[in-house]
Write a protein that binds this ligand. Structure first.
Ligand code: FAD
Length: 252
């Protein structure tokens, strides 16, 4: 299907590997039950580096880039149009007013908070919105980093249909191996998402199905949790979660 959709723009075409070729390429795999491999090609990028180069490019083109500056309020003109933002420097606690012709929110899982500022006449957020997100619902995803022997250096492994129905992968990453993931629906957007021991253990248990050696907790070099901003169709939001209902207060 990848090749079909990519057509002439395919990075490279897919091919099947016999069981013995798969084991040559991935000697860490448990041969029991292994039938073979299907190789396909996909893109990968370093999100942290991409973010830094984006910020540097913007600066090179005349932008002022501010980090640790949280938007607390959208400032409005008498017609209710946004004319800037009030921000707080998270390092010093000082507040600043920033004038703007347009305000663009690219706040991922926090989009509902910014949308509530946009909707409110005062530009202040609905305080409870992150405990009851409306349009962008959060899902926690944990990744772990393992030593290099968990995967070949130039080819990752992905199982799209694991014992509990999720996608598992091992990917060569910065000389080590990135493995995951979990997909846990959250009922609120956490301020500092953390990978729990239960989630790390869950990933390790699932990974054990693939490799022939013992997966050990002490092999985990680092672990973190990210929040996926999954978009929900506003017309499908249940009545009790509609704006103005329940305990949350809606500014109009
Ligand atoms: C575990 C996991 C795996 C994923 N895997 C994939 C994948 O394989 N492929 C894929 O395409 N996508 C994947 N995603 C999704 C992808 O990472 C996100 O969709 C993407 O990062 C969203 O980008 P964004 O710029 O919209 O938001 P974010 O990257 O979340 O950025 C939002 C920014 O807004 C800032 N912010 C929030 N509120 C305020 C405020 N009040 N004032 C100032 N700043 C604020 C935040 O600090 C943050 O820096 C994955 C996500 C997770 C968590």
């Amino acid at each position: 299907m990848y090749d079909l959709f990519a057509g002439s723009q395919a990075l490279r075409y897919s091919y099947l590997m016999s069981k013995s070729n798969t084991l040559d390429k991935h000697p860490q795999l448990d041969p029991a039950g292994l039938v073979g491999g299907l190789v396909y090609h996909d893109g990968l990028f370093n999100d942290a580096r991409m973010n830094v180069s984006l910020a540097l490019t913007a600066m090179k083109n005349g932008a002022n880039v501010l980090n640790y500056m949280e938007v607390k309020q959208i400032l409005k003109n008498p017609e209710g149009k946004s004319k800037g933002v009030r921000v707080e420097d998270k390092e010093t606690g000082e507040e600043y007013l920033v004038a703007a012709d347009a305000v663009i929110s690219a706040t991922g899982p926090y989009s509902d908070l910014l949308l509530s500022m946009d909707k409110s006449a005062t530009g202040l957020p609905e305080p409870e919105i992150l405990n009851k997100p409306k349009m962008v619902v959060p899902s926690g995803g944990v990744h772990i980093v393992l030593p290099e022997w968990y995967c070949a250096k130039d080819m990752g492994l992905l199982d799209a249909s694991t014992s509990d129905g999720r996608v598992m992968f091992f990917l060569p990453w910065q000389g080590k191996v990135l493995a995951g993931t979990t997909d846990v629906p959250l009922n609120k957007v956490p301020e500092n998402p953390l990978a729990t021991e239960v989630e790390i253990d869950d990933i390790l248990k699932e990974l054990q199905h693939y490799v022939k050696f013992k997966v050990r907790r002490e092999d985990v070099l680092s672990a973190w949790c990210g929040v996926r901003p999954l978009v929900r169709d506003p017309s499908q939001i249940p009545d009790d979660e509609q704006p103005g209902s329940g305990s949350t207060q809606e500014h109009t």
